[in-house]
Design a protein around this ligand. Structure first.
Ligand SMILES: [Zn+2]
Length: 178
């Protein structure tokens, strides 16, 4: 059985922005202020921006005496960015900030786009599942596709950070501007 409508379904995407406030009073104090205020730590390192992507897939099925098949697949992606917010207005600080911050945001958006690619692959992969001899088999197969791609997402994000040194090569490192 073929359900072309399943293939046309799109991933539902939402993006959220969470800020932490920073109050630097000088260019030289900017780094310390970010380090002190950032809630983002990983293995003892402090980062100034972060993207958390949550992907969920849901599906419905029908069955008869011999097989079980999908009738709808819905995949959603929600990315939450954690970013610093500049709460002071000093000329030298702003000068650095305005050069650095857009590149940091761009780097984080790229993480989101990587997650979107994976969400689309999950949507497509589950939608393409052929009917199975039982609904539990169908459910297992569908979830396995999702979990396998989620593992790939971790690897892709790690590789992206390795390749760019967490955005340094894209101008997203504050050190380049101090
Ligand atoms: Zn990154």
């Amino acid at each position: 059985m073929i359900f072309p409508s399943l293939l046309r379904a799109e991933v539902t995407v939402s993006e959220k922005l969470k800020y932490y406030s920073v109050y630097p009073v000088s260019k030289s104090g900017l780094l310390d202020e970010l380090r002190n205020k950032s809630p983002i730590t990983e293995d003892g390192d402090v980062f100034f921006g972060y993207t958390y992507s949550s992907i969920n897939w849901r599906f419905k099925w029908k069955y008869n005496s011999s097989e079980c098949w999908l009738t709808s697949v819905e995949t959603s992606l929600e990315s939450t960015y954690t970013m610093p917010k500049l709460e002071t207005d000093y000329f030298w600080v702003k000068g650095v900030w305005d050069k650095w911050y857009p590149n940091l945001m761009k780097h984080e958006k790229r993480h989101h786009l990587i997650a979107l690619e994976i969400a689309e692959l999950i949507q497509e992969g589950i939608s393409n599942l052929s009917p199975q001899s039982s609904c539990s088999k169908l459910e297992n197969r569908a979830n396995q596709i999702g979990f396998d791609y989620m593992e790939q997402l971790d690897v892709l994000n790690e590789n992206y950070d390795l390749e760019t040194n967490h955005g340094e090569t894209e101008g997203a490192s504050l050190f380049s501007y101090l």
